[in-house]
Design a protein around this ligand. Structure first.
Ligand code: ZN
Ligand code: ZN
Length: 100
């Protein structure tokens, strides 16, 4: 069974309202690192939840930043991998929030 569907779509971030160019692999916003809970398996857009996923934790592993997002609606946690072009100052804010 195919678990990953590549869907290339541009979207407007529903958190910061900026235009995001989709690359088909991720739907998180590079500006605020929020995303929308739309996938059951990565890329399938089959989830009916549609809650906003808030970046709550950030950590660095294997030379890559990862962010844990939590869905505001259903509470599901999801780990996302940051990519080139994502705003790392948001990561600093997340870490600062965790510390204080
Ligand atoms: Zn955003
Ligand atoms: Zn959800």
């Amino acid at each position: 069974m195919k678990k990953f569907t590549r869907t290339i779509e541009d979207f407007s971030c529903e958190h910061c309202e900026r235009k995001v160019k989709g690359d088909g692999y991720t739907n998180h916003c590079p500006f605020c690192l929020w995303s929308k809970h739309v996938d059951i398996n990565p890329g399938d857009r089959q989830n009916k939840c549609k809650g906003m996923m808030e970046p709550t934790k950030a950590f660095y592993a294997k030379e890559t930043w990862f962010v844990m997002q939590k869905c505001e609606k259903c509470g599901k946690m999801k780990k996302i991998k940051l990519k080139k072009g994502d705003d790392l100052s948001v990561v600093e804010d997340i870490i600062a929030k965790e510390l204080y």
